[in-house]
Design a protein around this ligand. Sequence first.
Ligand code: HEC
Ligand code: HEC
Ligand code: HEC
Ligand code: HEC
Ligand code: HEC
Ligand code: HEC
Ligand code: HEC
Ligand code: HEC
Ligand code: HEC
Ligand code: HEC
Length: 319
Amino acid sequence: MSIKNVVIGLLCGSAALWAANGYAAEGAAPEGTALYSEKGDQTCLKCHDEAPYNAIMKTPHAVKGDARTPAATHGCESCHGPSAAHASNRPPKGQKRTPPGVVFSGPDASPAEARAEVCVGCHRGGQRMKWVGSQHEANNVACNACHTVHAEKDPVLVKTTQPEVCFTCHAKERADSFQYSHHPVREGKVSCADCHNVHGSPGPKLVKGFTINATCYTCHAEKRGPYIFEHQPVRENCDNCHAPHGSPQAALLTERQPFLCSSCHSASDNSNQSGGWFGGKSSLAGGHTQSYYLTNRSCLNCHSNIHGSNSPAGEAFLR
Ligand code: HEC
Ligand code: HEC
Ligand code: HEC
Ligand code: HEC
Ligand code: HEC
Ligand code: HEC
Ligand code: HEC
Ligand code: HEC
Ligand code: HEC
Ligand code: HEC
């Protein structure tokens, strides 16, 4: 192949691509290895014009008019790395071709970092500001563990199909989604990505907000308050009482009544587990231990404004 037929892979990232291919980043790559095909997509499609690979031509990556896309730069090789040698190779019968720069799936897949580096090269900002060091990155979950780029519509970007992608690895959340009470995730009304930024987050457990509560307030704004009388565990963390992925109890509650309340408020004596919550008052003894306090909606029969109260007489969340 003459040098006229190829474009030298000078794009940043090509050194890493060589490395991914087993060649030293600094040293000379074997002749032709780090070179792009002159005709980009067209070269590759001569042999690979078949489903699912050609479906990429119908995605935002194939918009030639957008200078940032693969289509406007090196086509297939913007992702698969310089692959001129692969494309022009004529291996003897029965032998494999020179491999392309980057392989994303199957037994010859390049290492996760090399695969992610391809994508991060163009998708560094926005939602992916905190990708490096995030739970997925640190566990070698590459971009294409979730994303299918050779599909007209990437399933992980569609609310109804997204959960199945996550469930392939997160079996517990899958089981929770079948509980009696659950966020309508399988129903396609709420997505995992409504609560999580899976690309990295400043908050715990990859939640979208800085805190779990801030994440919940985006849809349950009325629970933010402010309230004249706040219930401390509500301010602290919605998770104190709710299991966001699903629960056998109504309203996603972590426990059955009255055990939910009594996990913090002892109903059997005048004291309580943390010692000082009731300031020496003893209303949890006496009437509170009688069985009618525990039937029906139990504590909520009376303490109905459990998230906080704006009534001047609402200190016990009775109104
Ligand atoms: C002349 C036909 C031909 C052309 C042109 C061609 N390929 Fe291939 N490609 C193949 C064949 C055949 C295979 C199957 C593996 C083998 O037999 O070596 C393959 C395999 C691949 C693989 C999978 C490799 C693996 O190990 O799983 C990728 C990725 C790939 N090609 C990308 C490209 C890209 C990108 C281009 C354009 C630069 C391209 N191909 C051009 C024939 C071609
Ligand atoms: C935006 C980056 C990107 C572009 C552009 C791209 N691919 Fe891929 N390719 C991938 C990813 C990621 C996979 C893994 C499967 C998937 O996500 O669909 C893949 C998989 C493949 C495979 C199977 C082997 C492997 O590496 O997993 C072949 C063959 C292939 N692509 C060929 C092509 C051809 C031909 C083109 C150009 C028409 C092309 N690709 C353009 C990212 C890309
Ligand atoms: C050469 C730059 C480039 C590379 C490399 C690249 N992308 Fe993109 N990607 C883009 C551009 C540009 C868009 C369109 C963005 C927009 O419309 O805002 C896009 C769009 C996307 C989208 C949104 C698609 C949709 O249907 O809305 C996803 C997901 C995506 N890329 C994932 C990937 C993954 C995964 C890789 C690596 C396998 C990758 N990209 C590699 C430039 C690139
Ligand atoms: C754990 C699964 C997962 C991984 C790993 C992942 N993504 Fe995503 N990605 C998603 C989901 C889910 C969405 C939809 C987000 C939304 O709706 O807010 C998305 C959206 C996107 C989008 C389109 C929306 C936007 O932000 O512009 C791009 C581009 C993208 N991802 C690129 C990447 C790149 C690049 C990587 C690797 C560095 C990556 N993703 C890794 C699941 C993943
Ligand atoms: C290829 C497997 C895989 C896929 C697909 C995947 N994850 Fe993960 N995820 C992991 C691994 C591995 C970890 C880190 C170890 C752990 O905490 O389980 C992780 C961690 C997480 C965490 C943080 C857990 C913590 O303890 O901090 C969340 C949240 C998460 N994933 C959500 C998602 C969502 C939402 C999707 C779908 C959009 C998804 N994941 C897709 C493998 C995957
Ligand atoms: C309503 C908001 C919400 C939705 C929707 C949601 N999550 Fe979560 N997720 C959370 C919160 C809050 C946490 C942290 C604490 C917890 O586990 O209760 C979390 C934690 C996680 C964890 C870490 C669990 C652990 O034990 O550390 C994983 C994994 C996860 N979510 C995956 C998913 C997947 C997959 C989906 C979609 C099927 C999803 N989440 C949908 C709010 C949500
Ligand atoms: C993207 C929006 C959204 C976010 C974010 C969100 N929720 Fe929800 N939540 C909903 C929807 C939708 C419903 C179902 C309402 C219905 O069925 O009428 C719901 C229902 C609930 C219910 C009542 C369930 C029942 O069966 O009565 C609880 C409790 C709840 N969410 C708690 C939380 C907590 C805790 C968080 C934060 C970890 C959170 N939500 C984050 C949208 C959201
Ligand atoms: C002290 C325990 C506790 C904490 C903490 C808590 N909740 Fe609740 N929540 C409940 C109980 C009990 C119910 C059921 C109320 C009923 O049946 O009337 C409920 C019901 C709900 C409901 C459905 C019915 C309604 O009132 O709209 C939503 C939504 C909700 N909680 C959101 C939240 C959010 C968001 C947070 C965090 C800001 C939070 N909860 C913190 C105990 C709690
Ligand atoms: C995670 C622990 C926790 C759970 C669960 C919990 N609480 Fe509380 N509760 C507290 C704390 C802490 C206070 C604040 C006590 C203080 O300010 O002295 C409080 C305060 C109260 C008060 C007001 C007490 C006062 O003296 O002003 C009432 C009433 C109350 N809780 C009822 C309930 C009911 C009913 C439930 C069940 C739906 C419940 N709590 C669940 C921890 C909890
Ligand atoms: C029949 C109505 C009713 C039921 C049911 C009920 N309470 Fe109360 N609770 C009250 C009233 C009224 C007060 C305020 C009276 C007082 O301050 O002496 C109160 C006060 C409290 C206080 C504040 C104590 C203090 O000293 O200020 C806590 C905590 C509490 N209840 C927890 C519970 C728990 C936990 C349950 C369920 C096991 C429950 N309550 C069931 C009516 C009820």
